[in-house]
Design a protein around this ligand. Structure first.
Ligand code: NAD
Length: 303
């Protein structure tokens, strides 16, 4: 018996990359899987049902159960059709993985309003639409599982990704809010921050031997390495795990921190701008965070 026997899960963006492995592994664990994917290019342009259809065929060939859906998560109507696909095919939904994603990287001062909105729409609004559309089912059936994909681009930082970082950190707030609001109905909600070699990071240049060697090391971050944690988080076994942010990179699993006060300073008479400058900032400076990027913090090679 697989860990997800009898469960119905929806994986968005499951035609390629990390989501494809989620669908394959969850089906192998016994789940009925809705393989959703719009099938556009990495920036979200275009549509093609064939990658998602191939995943469904692969699951069926291995004896599993899956149906395809090609709607976009970036609209409320689309999200509702994705949920309906699951209900029509399998009767209900037990878990949703918000994995669909696009990139529109641009240095901040040149980022267009369209680039900002497109990324917010797929990642943050799409995750909300999917979660909100399925919430009545989870509430009435007294259980439910959410996994949302976040990124160290939001949790830590990266160049040229203001739209993506804002969306991915917004998803962390969304996940925590769902975990709090729906705890009473037996619903859990967690985030995974993956590191994986996919088309979204496959454009790194390999012009020098050093760059080529680095890319070879990065290829050890296989997309399939993220799936075991996601499958566990979809299962009954994860009932006590909610409101957390995990990281996965090759064979490492991390529990990521969440914001808490780390240092405080107080003056009984209150503050003026001058005393903030002369007292508060010098006192707090020792605990300031460096202006680091994800790669500065994850400075060792994938294991
Ligand atoms: P990917 O491009 O290989 O897969 C994303 C899939 O989402 C694609 O198949 C795409 O067609 C689909 N998609 C895009 N917009 C959609 C929409 N509106 N509706 C439905 N499907 C849509 O990328 P990936 O690397 O596998 O990324 C999966 C998730 O993990 C994304 O949320 C991404 O932001 C996140 N992530 C990935 C990495 C990494 O290292 N690869 C790092 C951090 C976060």
């Amino acid at each position: 018996m697989g860990m997800l026997e009898g469960k119905t899960v929806i994986v968005t963006g499951a035609g390629r990359g990390i989501g494809r492995d989620f669908a394959l592994v969850m089906a192998a664990e016994g789940a009925n899987v809705v393989v959703n994917d719009l099938g556009g290019d990495a920036t979200g342009e275009g549509a093609d049902l064939s990658p998602a259809q191939q995943v469904v065929e692969e699951i069926r060939a291995a004896g599993g159960k899956a149906v395809v859906n090609g709607d976009s998560v970036a609209s409320w109507e689309g999200a509702n059709r994705i949920i309906k696909t699951a209900v029509d095919a399998f009767g209900t939904v037990h878990g949703v993985v918000n994995n669909a994603g696009i990139l529109r990287d641009r240095i901040f001062h040149q980022m267009s309003v369209d680039e900002w909105k497109a990324v917010i729409d797929v990642h943050l609004n799409g995750s909300f639409y999917m979660a909100r559309a399925v919430a009545p089912i989870f509430r009435s059936e007294g259980r439910g599982r959410f996994v949302h994909m976040t990124s160290t681009s939001g949790l830590i930082g990266n160049f040229g990704q203001a739209n993506y970082a804002a969306a991915k950190l917004g998803i962390v707030g969304l996940s925590k809010s769902i975990a709090l609001d729906m705890q009473r109905y037996g619903v859990t909600s967690n985030c995974i921050s993956p590191f994986a070699w996919s088309r979204l990071i496959g454009t790194i240049p390999t012009d020098t031997p050093e760059q080529a060697a680095r890319v070879e090391r990065m290829k050890t971050m296989e997309t399939g390495k993220i799936a075991p944690l996601a499958a566990f988080l979809m299962s009954d076994a994860s009932a006590e795990v909610s409101g957390q942010i995990f990281g996965v990179r090759a064979n490492e699993i991390f529990l990521m921190g969440q914001s808490r006060p780390i240092r405080s300073v107080h003056r009984a008479e209150g503050w003026t701008p001058d005393t903030v400058a002369s007292h508060a900032i010098p006192a707090l400076r020792a605990s300031f965070y460096k202006l680091e990027r994800s790669a500065d913090v994850f400075s060792w090679d994938p294991i």
